[in-house]
Ligand binder design. Structure first.
Ligand SMILES: *Cc1c(COP(=O)(O)O)cnc(C)c1O
Length: 226
């Protein structure tokens, strides 16, 4: 039987060791536990071990867990592609959306964020692997989309997110993460005040932390294979 609490402790220790290795301040890399496809009991075990932020990529699969964990102080991050007919429940039940890549989706999420709630925290997904992947906006298109999102009252633009094409070695993995960080630095130099680089998963955690990730999205290393 997979021990979620034990796995979480190991992942936290690994993040701490990587912060030290790459001269990142202690605690500067937040852990998003990706619980997609896993049952509510697995999320409960992680909550018991102190984890509070969870990532889901499928609305229906997420909703049973959102309901089961209500009142536990858990924050829910939507990390999948947002379809326009799902924006209302996502704006209602989630705290973050990591993969904004279209103006239409941003506008709908903002309009549908319930009144009286904090704005929805969002990241723009950037295609940092060129032709090889289709999701995310091209680096050139990030700034106009960022300025548009900044004008939407129901959203708070926090930063950028990427899912690079898998690569086997550390140096190759670092290249797209470095590009994402440079795009963020450029936007901040232009006054955008972004604080989040959502990058790094189980297989490329080290490369992402080396290049400045502030939030890593880890599923397999915490919850076991899907
Ligand atoms: C599934 C998923 C993850 C976690 O992947 P692991 O390899 O299991 O750590 C991270 N980010 C996104 C967007 C995902 O869909």
């Amino acid at each position: 039987m997979h021990d979620v609490g034990k796995a979480l402790t190991a992942v936290r220790a690994r993040i701490g060791a990587l912060e030290r290795r790459y001269h990142r301040p202690s605690g500067s890399v937040a852990l998003l536990a990706v619980s997609k496809t896993k049952p509510a009991e697995a999320v409960r075990a992680a909550v018991a071990a102190g984890q509070r932020a969870f990532g889901e990529n499928h609305l229906q699969d997420a909703m049973t867990k959102v309901e089961a964990l209500a009142g536990q102080g858990v924050s829910w991050h939507f990390i999948g592609a947002v379809q326009s007919n799902k924006t209302r429940p996502i704006a209602t039940h989630f705290d973050w959306v990591h993969g904004i890549e279209r103006e239409k989706i941003a506008t709908r999420l903002s309009a549908q964020r319930p009144a009286g709630r904090e704005p929805l925290d969002v990241c723009i997904e950037v295609n940092v692997s060129g032709e090889a992947t289709k999701s995310g906006v091209s680096p050139d298109a990030v700034e106009p989309l960022a300025r548009l999102i900044r004008a939407l009252p129901g959203l708070r633009l926090r930063g950028l997110m990427a899912i690079p094409r898998p690569a086997a070695d550390l140096e190759t993995q670092r290249i797209p993460f470095r590009l994402l960080r440079e795009i963020l630095d450029d936007l901040n130099a232009k006054g955008l005040e972004l604080d989040t680089l959502s990058m790094g998963m189980t297989g490329d955690l080290e490369a992402a932390i080396a290049e400045g990730a502030t939030m890593v999205r880890v599923g397999t290393a915490i919850f076991g294979p899907r």
